[in-house]
Design a protein around this ligand. Structure first.
Ligand code: XIL
Length: 359
């Protein structure tokens, strides 16, 4: 009895004390999805979602849209010819349904080495066309009603604005040479196959580097104009936006403006902002660099909100949840801290930058 009395007595006093000292100045902590008029997403890994409670809690609270970082790529969905494995993707889909979050499918067709080896071995144009058609039909049908949208083709253009026709990358790795084998117009046909597979999914063309490669940006816009003229189904443009604190603001704004002028939905589909563009091995983050990152997040988000008309705002997806699981350090072989959450899932200044950009 005594301890209960003490407890309730204290409980009466505490709100009063807070009211006087702290409450008037302390703004309520806001999550990204609460603050945003358009969907906010993370690219997530289903296994990490299951294993790591802090990761799961951050995903649950902060965002209302999910993309699989790798689980819905061809190499994971179909590791062998004729074999389909939807198990990892199902974890993500079940979680999204339980939490009422949107799922964006990523990606049906991609030239790079996450395409499975068996697919990259196909050199005959008819065989490759039919194989991709079957893949899109099978996967599109499987996820019908489960995904809102698809990145149908990822990264078809080179930096000069031509369709890629390389068989090897810079380090000699085999690529899926879609442009050479299937011809320049293959992107249009992949969109037609996707539309046939899922009539309700919104279909995106996804690309990187539009903010620093004007020829590529122009090529994407010209492709949309051509698709519209020919009646090829396309609903949106994904701008990956793997940028850094020195990426010029003018290029970011231009990429968003030109993409919005197509009239399609615009998705910042893979946002992260590097602190270490020089890829220094002995790098560490300083308060000054974290402040620059705050500014760049704020600029990207506020510019998206300003330049993209509201009905075209498909949303902004961060490529990863936290600095500890981000893909960037592995990719650049260097330390970096690119996301709004640090490796302990604490909010960085970048998180405030995102919120301030939404104001
Ligand atoms: C990355 C994943 O995050 C990594 O885990 C994987 O090893 C490679 O792919 N552009 C894209 C994404 O469209 O699919 C890439 O994701 C990052 C670059």
């Amino acid at each position: 009895m005594k301890s209960l009395f003490f407890f309730t007595g204290l409980a009466c006093l505490v709100p009063f004390a807070f009211h006087l000292d702290e409450r008037p100045s302390a703004a309520p902590a806001q999550t990204l999805q609460e603050a945003s008029p358009f969907p906010i997403g993370f690219a997530i890994n289903p296994a990490t979602l299951q294993r790591n409670a802090a990761y799961r809690q951050t995903v649950t609270q902060e965002v209302n849209s999910l993309t699989a970082d790798v689980a819905m790529k061809p190499s994971r969905i179909s590791p062998q010819k004729g074999v389909y494995d939807f198990g990892k993707a199902a974890i993500l889909i079940d979680f999204a349904q339980a939490q009422k979050k949107r799922v964006h499918g990523h990606a049906l067709v991609w030239f790079i080495d996450t395409s499975p080896a068996w697919l990259k071995q196909i050199r005959d144009s008819t065989e490759l066309e039919n194989t991709l058609k079957t893949y899109i039909q099978t996967v599109g049908t499987h996820f019908k009603g489960k995904v809102a949208s698809w990145d149908v083709v990822n990264e078809a253009f080179n930096d000069q604005g031509g369709i890629r026709t390389d068989s090897l990358n810079k380090s000699g790795k085999t690529l899926l040479n879609l442009g050479k084998i299937l011809g320049q117009d293959y992107v249009a046909r992949m969109f037609q196959y996707a539309r046939a597979a899922d009539p309700n999914a919104r279909l995106f063309y996804n690309e990187y580097g539009q903010e620093t490669r004007p020829a590529k940006l122009a090529a994407v816009v010209a492709m949309v104009t051509d698709f519209k003229r020919r009646g090829i189904p396309i609903n949106g443009l994904g701008l990956q936006m793997h940028i850094n604190i020195d990426t010029p603001d003018s290029g970011i704004e231009e990429a968003l403006r030109k993409s919005a002028e197509t009239g399609l939905l615009v998705h910042i589909s893979e946002l992260d902002i590097a602190l270490n563009p020089g890829k220094k091995k002995d790098f560490s983050a300083t308060p000054e660099l974290l402040e620059k990152q705050y500014q760049k997040y704020k600029f990207v988000v506020s510019t998206y909100k300003k330049v993209v008309p509201a009905p075209q705002q498909f949303g902004i997806t961060l490529w990863g949840v936290d600095d500890g699981t981000s893909w960037i350090p592995g990719y650049c072989q260097c330390p970096d801290y690119v996301l709004p959450f640090d490796a302990t899932f604490a909010k960085k200044r970048a998180h405030q930058g995102f919120l301030d950009g939404l104001k």
